[in-house]
Design a protein around this ligand. Structure first.
Ligand SMILES: Nc1ncnc2c1ncn2[C@@H]1O[C@H](COP(=O)(O)OP(=O)(O)OP(=O)(O)O)[C@@H](O)[C@H]1O
Length: 236
């Protein structure tokens, strides 16, 4: 797989007539890891949903590796290589772990063995029903299932939400491997700012649907004034 690049040019988008994102522009290079941070309700999920084709675009252009996709449906964006791991995880509850993975499998590319190598817990639980998994296991399954579709641009919405710190460590160890070993560009929304900054090379701060920071994560780590500006309150 070859990682995709992504360009948003003056994108205004939302739900029906409701506008949430206001003239958002950004350029993400192939293979970059980007953490999207900001307070609740600032438009982080809406940004991922807009890239995945799940919102209404009122203006501007979205392009993937130079090809405009603004008017493509979510299905055609998925076929082009955009994978979304939604906040709700969307695991099939009545299918086993292995069946959840197999329904997404393509004839070539990412394999079941690769999924199990990245997430050994899923191998142990491969015969368990989706409904019987812990939150952390469901999150791992949701990410592994997205990878089965051979994404070249993977969007993850709050992967660590509601998980115990030890599980979050395990999850992020797998994400580090995905970033290093799979040909995929990664954008993730992360409520835990310091987790986002240590994982992603680049940070994007959203406030009221506009980008208020776009730069290296490293520069933000000790910059409390800028973090306060993005987060509104001191980051935890
Ligand atoms: N399906 C929807 N229909 C209408 N409005 C929505 C919908 N989803 C989100 N919104 C609104 O869009 C705004 C931005 O929400 P969004 O979920 O993108 O923010 P967020 O930064 O991801 O926040 P959170 O961290 O709480 O998930 C909010 O005012 C929210 O109420």
């Amino acid at each position: 797989m070859t990682a995709a690049s992504l360009t948003l040019t003056g994108v205004t988008a939302g739900y029906g007539e409701l506008v949430i994102l206001d003239e958002v522009s950004l350029d993400v290079g192939a293979g970059e890891t980007v953490g999207i941070i900001g307070r609740n309700g600032m438009g982080k999920t809406t940004l991922l949903a807009t890239i995945a084709g799940r919102t209404r675009i009122h203006g501007g252009e979205v392009a993937m590796s130079g090809t405009p996709i603004t008017r493509d449906s979510r299905v055609s964006r998925s076929k082009r290589g955009i994978g979304l791991v939604p906040q709700e995880r969307e695991v099939f509850p009545t299918l086993t772990v292995e069946e959840n993975l197999k329904v997404a499998a393509r004839t070539e590319g990412f394999t079941l063995d690769r999924a199990y190598a990245l997430f050994p817990r899923l191998k142990e639980r491969r015969s368990n029903l989706g409904a019987r998994l812990s939150g952390g296991e469901q999150q791992m399954l949701s990410i592994a299932r997205a990878l089965m579709c051979n994404p070249t641009l993977l969007l993850m919405d709050e992967p660590s939400e509601g998980l115990a710190p030890v599980i979050v460590d395990e999850l992020y160890a797998a994400l580090e491997r995905i970033a290093a070993e799979e040909g995929v560009t990664l954008l993730l929304v992360e409520q835990n700012v310091h987790r986002a900054l240590s994982f992603a090379g680049r940070a994007i701060g959203l406030r009221n649907g506009t980008i208020v920071y776009d730069g290296p994560s490293k520069a933000l780590v000790d910059d409390e004034a800028t973090l306060d500006r993005i987060m509104g309150v001191r980051a935890e």
